[in-house]
Write a protein that binds this ligand. Sequence first.
Ligand code: PNS
Length: 161
Amino acid sequence: MKRTAIYPGSFDPPTNGHLDVIKRALNIFDRLIVAVIVNTSKETLFTIKEREEMLLEIYGGRKNIEITSFDGLLVDYAINVGARTIIRGLRAVSDFEYEFQMALMNRRLNPDIQSVYLMPAPEFTYLSSSIVKEVHSLGGDVSKIVSPGVVKCLDSKSSRS
Ligand code: PNS
């Protein structure tokens, strides 16, 4: 039986930290569903379609990765796509409180689903989508911390504004 996990997030935009977590998850699981949340409480720079397309550009054609989007409860969506494991990245202690709350709430909602936390490589521990957007919007170089397709999407947003 295939071991399937789901990696949910805003991915606004995906960073090399996200990609590092995906790489690590694929060392453990046979199939990974990367699930972009449609309606996040955070205001997003990129539309749901753009966020999915950025991930598809990186992973399109990979048999073991599916790029999807979801709305509503994560645990319900996970069951619908056959995943019993939620993957999240844990960068620093500051992530812990939020992640702990989410993991326990998800467990309450569905005790059959486990949350698994993966630590990205140390060079990515300071990275977040927000810091990437801020640095890029101020003219800083983000080409070493996001993929080339993401740089293009960031460029296209700033040239329109
Ligand atoms: O990348 P993010 O913004 O930290 O991801 C947060 C996400 C998408 C994992 C979280 O907001 C989520 O799971 N939302 C779906 C709604 C839900 O199930 N909420 C209850 C979880 S405690």
